[in-house]
Design a protein around this ligand. Sequence first.
Ligand code: ADP
Ligand code: MG
Length: 222
Amino acid sequence: MADIISVIGSKGGTGKTTLSHMLCHGLTLIGRRAVCVTTDEDRDPLSTKGRHYVQADARSPVAREKVVAKLRDLKGWTGVLDGGANRTEIDIALYQLSDVVLLPFRDSPEDFRAVIRDLDLFPRAFALPSQWPKNRFQQEAARRHMETWPEEFRDRLLPPVFSLSASKLLLQHEVPEDLPSTVNGACRTLAKQVLNLFEDDEEDVADQLAQARDAAEEGDDT
Ligand SMILES: Nc1ncnc2c1ncn2[C@@H]1O[C@H](COP(=O)(O)OP(=O)(O)O)[C@@H](O)[C@H]1O
Ligand SMILES: [Mg+2]
């Protein structure tokens, strides 16, 4: 059966769709086969032009069941389920059938509140800082915000995916063959980090997260 990752959360605009495509693209760059599964009724599925991963349309409950049944047969593949905002029941269903669950959030008080509620609701899920500020001034503000992050959820906080305007190229109808190396690099890093969440026991994950966070804090001083 395929490995299943879902990218969910109650708030809109956190980067679920972008991160789902970044993850699929990153997986293909490290030699994996991936399917990006749209579950959001408000979005049209993208074409496969220029993509090295498969797209699946699971916007209706019936289609969702079919796609999930198909994924169960696809050994060696990774299915990435792109969620939609304000759909707790669907999020619960996606959570239950996923091996790894990601909850993206941006640096805003509303996003903090929403992701903390979701972390409570989904005890296996990881919070993924998304569109994270890159300039020094905003980063300092984000760092101060993160000091208010509840201690009980520290172990479930992934390293940030930084703001990268070229990431929107992945959501174009047709993806250009030559993506900027910054996009490829960010996708590859994300895919490796998420794959690490599969095999390890909880203690290893906590250790790796601490190391990855330290590395990100040292390396992103742009
Ligand atoms: N890492 C990023 N850097 C810059 N912009 C981003 C990034 N991730 C997402 N965005 C932008 O944020 C907006 C919302 O992203 P989207 O992936 O559609 O969120 P969601 O699916 O959660 O509603 C889009 O305009 C998208 O281009
Ligand atoms: Mg979306």
